[in-house]
Design a protein around this ligand. Sequence first.
Ligand SMILES: O=C(O)c1ccccc1NCC(=O)[C@H](O)[C@H](O)COP(=O)(O)O
Length: 210
Amino acid sequence: MSLTKIKFCGIKDEKTLKFCKKINVDAVGFVFYKKSVRNVSIRKAMLFSDLLKSSYIYKFAIVVQPKLLFLKKIFRNIKIDFLQFYGKENKKIVNLCYKYNTNFLKVYDFNSKKDLDIINKSKYNFISVEKKNIGGTGKMIHFNKDFLKIKKKIMISGGINKKNIYHIVRKIKPIFLDISSGIEKKGIKDRILMKSILKELNLSNIKNVY
Ligand SMILES: O=C(O)c1ccccc1NCC(=O)[C@H](O)[C@H](O)COP(=O)(O)O
């Protein structure tokens, strides 16, 4: 049985990244989107990547309908494990991911039965599901009967906090839980919240095994 992993998203300073490493999070996400308050430059992400060299932490690049040239620049400079993609992809983007050995992770909206059909017909086996909104908003999907019919491996994003982790892990068994604003206080990543989320996930994973 595989355990649900955790990704802390929107890391934009060195101290927080080092803390993620110290407490052994499974993955971190860097947002490459100029309109986001969590945006980081490629140069900064290169430094972050160096800091993670000796670790097994997965690196996610978060992008919103990026230009191909921009993606190439990211991939040439940083070893990215997952491209968390908001928007409409094309073959060139997906092929670029293959070329750089990066998993393409499309973000799907989930509101209704219509979205369930779209997701189950998707050609990707592992996808991210998030309430319609572009990232980091604290809004959560409604896990209704239709949601439980998703036949894909999923990452759940949006609105995750200490109180709902157990329910999500138990019911959905996602591959990843993805949290950003849920570990922030006044827009700053908070170490106490980060630790308590990790603790709650570990407990939920254990309870899910037995
Ligand atoms: O964080 C952003 O500002 C952002 C902007 C544009 C696209 C994605 C973005 N973030 C992605 C994430 O942080 C996570 O995938 C997720 O949305 C976190 O949700 P939440 O815990 O509710 O903040």
